[in-house]
Design a protein around this ligand. Structure first.
Ligand code: CA
Ligand code: CA
Ligand code: CA
Ligand code: CA
Length: 352
């Protein structure tokens, strides 16, 4: 009991010392003591991190960059009146073609991917995402646009870059973030739906709107000259140790949550609904989403890469009838293979 009283007394002293901080010295002359004041300073330091000014030194250029790969995605702009799709949506292999609102199946051209491509120059990879149209209300690309990188080439991505509502025709880091799956649990056990997925997806945010060790790591812009195109630039230096990967693109009207990105693990086929006429029609909780097959960068595909796009006459798509046969590399620690990527650290930006 005596101990409790002492603690209570010390707590009162401490609370009073905090309150007394801003008072005139005459009123605080008798107040104790050194230790509570020291504690107070520590708390104040913790709550108010020193803001860091973002200074860019390398800005993407984009023009004259050379082709890495490109592909076409299903387009719904000529057939959306049917409020359904025939191709490009297969829940079992995490492929989606549903640029429609939930249940009503109203068309959302700003998240209907038509073509994707990657180019490169000395400093950056550039991902080009051509959309079927813009948001009729704003004339813009009001969605989340993401590119995910499968550096172990097993169908499971190791990190993702998300560009949220890119508005500027100039390159900007605003709304651009990078998230890594350090503990290798994206996608669960296999490409098949995991019943009751409990992983944390891409849990490690390594870049956010230009904050961090490298403020020039990732950028986006929205160009609408003839066709609406979202572009995402990513510094090549981070993959220099092993510049070989597969990549794909996702567009979503809802903000993409990097911890819940493999939708066939985080939704059930019943809750997701489907744009294909049948038992699960129409689209339900998983609405306004489009994604693409995977393209190679830095190597010639062998034809066995999971979820690969068709290349010329060669079919390199995984067999959708047996996705359970595709199992992921057991442990692929992105932060060990590409340490520079994970050494990016998100810090508090200066408030305008
Ligand atoms: Ca698609
Ligand atoms: Ca599409
Ligand atoms: Ca899975
Ligand atoms: Ca994870």
């Amino acid at each position: 009991m005596k101990f409790v009283k002492q603690v209570l007394f010390l707590s009162i002293v401490f609370a009073f010392a905090l309150q007394a901080c801003g008072l005139p010295s005459a009123l605080t002359a008798d107040e104790p003591t050194a230790q509570p004041v020291a504690t107070q300073v520590a708390i104040a330091t913790e709550q108010q991190p020193t803001p860091v000014e973002i200074v860019h030194t390398l800005i993407p250029f984009g023009a004259d960059s050379k082709d890495v790969a490109n592909a076409h995605d299903n387009e719904e702009s000529n057939s959306y009146d049917s409020k359904s799709v025939m191709f490009g949506d297969d829940f079992n292999i995490n492929r989606f073609e549903r640029p429609f609102t939930s249940v009503d199946m109203a068309y959302l051209p700003q998240v209907d991917i038509v073509d994707i491509g990657m180019t490169e120059d000395d400093n950056y990879y550039y991902v080009h995402i051509k959309l079927a149209g813009v948001d009729p209300a704003t004339g813009g690309a009001n969605g989340s646009y993401a590119v995910d990188f499968d550096t172990s080439i097993d169908g499971k991505a190791e990190f993702i870059i998300i560009a949220q509502t890119p508005t500027s025709a100039e390159w900007s880091t605003d709304g651009v973030s990078i998230h890594a799956d350090e503990n290798s649990d994206v996608g669960g056990e296999s490409l098949s739906p995991d019943n009751g997925y409990t992983g944390d997806g891409f849990e490690k945010t390594v870049f956010n709107a230009g904050t961090g060790n490298d403020p020039d790591a990732a950028w986006s812009r929205f160009v609408n000259e003839g066709s609406p195109v979202v572009e995402i630039a990513f510094k090549k230096a981070f993959l220099a140790a092993q510049p070989k990967f597969m990549w794909s693109v996702t567009a979503s009207l809802a903000t993409i949550d990097p911890t819940k990105f493999y939708y066939n693990d985080t939704y059930t086929i019943e809750s997701a609904g489907s744009p294909v006429l049948g038992d699960q029609y129409p689209v339900k909780d998983l609405a306004g989403v489009d994604n693409t097959c995977r393209l190679p960068a830095g190597f010639q595909p062998t034809g066995t890469e999971p979820l690969g796009c068709h290349v010329g006459q060669q079919v390199i798509e995984a067999d959708p009838s047996s996705p359970s046969t595709i199992h992921f590399t057991p442990i692929f620690n992105i932060c060990k293979v590409y340490p520079a990527l994970c050494e990016l650290q998100v810090v508090q930006p200066i408030k305008p």
